[in-house]
Design a protein around this ligand. Structure first.
Ligand SMILES: CC(C)(COP(=O)(O)OP(=O)(O)OC[C@H]1O[C@@H](n2cnc3c(N)ncnc32)[C@H](O)[C@@H]1OP(=O)(O)O)[C@@H](O)C(=O)NCCC(=O)NCCS
Length: 347
């Protein structure tokens, strides 16, 4: 009979080899590189160590549920929550109820159990356990070059034709627009960002608390990715930020707008951040910009700035345990703020 309890540092080697068996060598190497930052350096790590649950059989580790503790703001009220991340069960022990035990144990010990970008098997398990399914997180893309609309399954001639007829439209969408505010590139989020968060947190029904310690950990300190961070500054005080990076994908070069924040009613501020990212994307020779956003206010401004909704593959489930939420809470995420930067989606 398996037992579930918390991770201890002496489990590290066993957990690593289980990870290798379940997710493969490349993923395991990447996980090793991230591990210390991901778990031990999280500013929300509890005093008794990383929030990782293990399924053990005797001295053998046969499953894990590793989570990312965060502060979650619900209508401006802070509670403890956690993103479920690396969940795995030894291949020969899958479909025997261990995942069920791990998911429930995690849920019993967190104020909000949250999942983003799920695999087929974990999505089904969340469904089976009746987690509210609030996703997917809408995805939006802004084309910048005629290569942006290329499809790998189309013949070359068709791709060329589509590029040719859409070029004037893409030029119009992608044209440079003036900035209406001051942007500074930063390598540190100062306490002004905590003040920004505290000013605007009540505008979101649901969001991970984006204070300076969280932002520095998430976007400045990770060992595996390097982000650019643009801050919108008014009267020497931060009024917003955008976190982005450029990646080479099989179909072309993409700028990922990973995370952002501004008062959703600050149209000029948010649009200025977007126009800055446009310039940076063009300078990096990107074919398109991709972002994910739940908040309807931000999505409206994204659409007005040339972004188009595309099919999203980022599933999202959320269950609030710490406080009573109204019955309609899970019906719409239009006032929630969730992005690609949440959980460990961008890695
Ligand atoms: C996800 C995972 C941890 C679930 O653990 P588990 O011990 O197999 O789960 P349980 O036996 O408790 O629950 C089984 C339920 O999960 C779902 N499920 C599990 N594996 C599934 C699969 N391969 N395909 C579809 N559904 C699956 C089903 O709803 C299933 O219910 P059923 O057996 O009545 O059909 C395990 O499948 C796993 O390690 N998968 C590979 C790693 C992975 O995808 N991790 C998630 C990353 S987000």
């Amino acid at each position: 009979m398996a037992e579930i309890d918390r991770f201890r540092s002496e489990d590290r080697r066993q957990v690593e080899s289980l990870y290798r068996r379940v997710f493969g060598s490349d993923a395991a190497d990447a996980n090793r590189l991230r591990w210390d930052w991901q778990y031990r350096r999280n500013p929300n790590m509890p005093p008794d160590g990383p929030l990782i649950w293990l399924a053990r059989e005797g001295t053998t580790v046969i499953g894990q549920y590793a989570t990312m503790p965060v502060r979650v703001s619900i209508d401006g009220r802070d509670i403890d929550g956690s993103w479920g991340m690396d969940v795995m069960v030894a291949p020969e022990r899958q479909r025997q109820g261990l995942g069920d035990m791990l998911f429930r144990t995690w849920d019993r010990h967190t104020g909000a159990s949250l999942g983003l970008g799920l695999s087929e098997s974990s999505y089904r398990l969340f469904q089976k356990l009746n987690w509210p399914d609030v996703g997917p997180v809408p995805c939006l893309v802004k084309p910048l070059s005629r290569r942006a609309l290329r499809r790998p399954n189309w013949p070359v001639q068709l791709n060329r034709f589509v590029s040719y007829i859409t070029l004037p439209w893409i030029r119009l969408v992608a044209r440079t627009r003036p900035l209406e505010g001051e942007i500074r590139m930063i390598r540190h989020f100062d306490e002004g960002f905590t003040r920004l968060w505290e000013r605007i947190a009540t505008k979101f029904r649901f969001a991970v608390r984006r204070d300076a310690p969280y932002l520095n950990w998430k976007y400045i300190q990770p060992p595996h990715v390097r982000y650019s961070v643009a801050a919108l500054v008014r009267d020497n005080e931060p009024a917003g930020y955008a976190v982005y990076r450029h990646v080479q994908e099989p179909r072309g070069r993409v700028t990922l707008l990973v995370d952002f924040l501004a008062d959703p009613d600050d149209t000029s501020g948010f649009v200025t951040l977007l126009r800055w990212v446009d310039r940076e994307a063009r300078a990096a020779d990107s074919d398109k910009i991709r972002t994910f956003a739940t908040h309807e206010g931000f999505r409206r401004l994204l659409r007005r700035s040339g972004y188009f909704p595309v099919r999203s593959t980022m599933d999202f489930v959320a269950r609030i345990n710490a406080i009573e939420v109204p019955p309609d809470f899970y019906h719409s995420t239009a006032a929630w703020h969730v992005t690609l930067g949440d959980s460990d989606q961008d890695r």
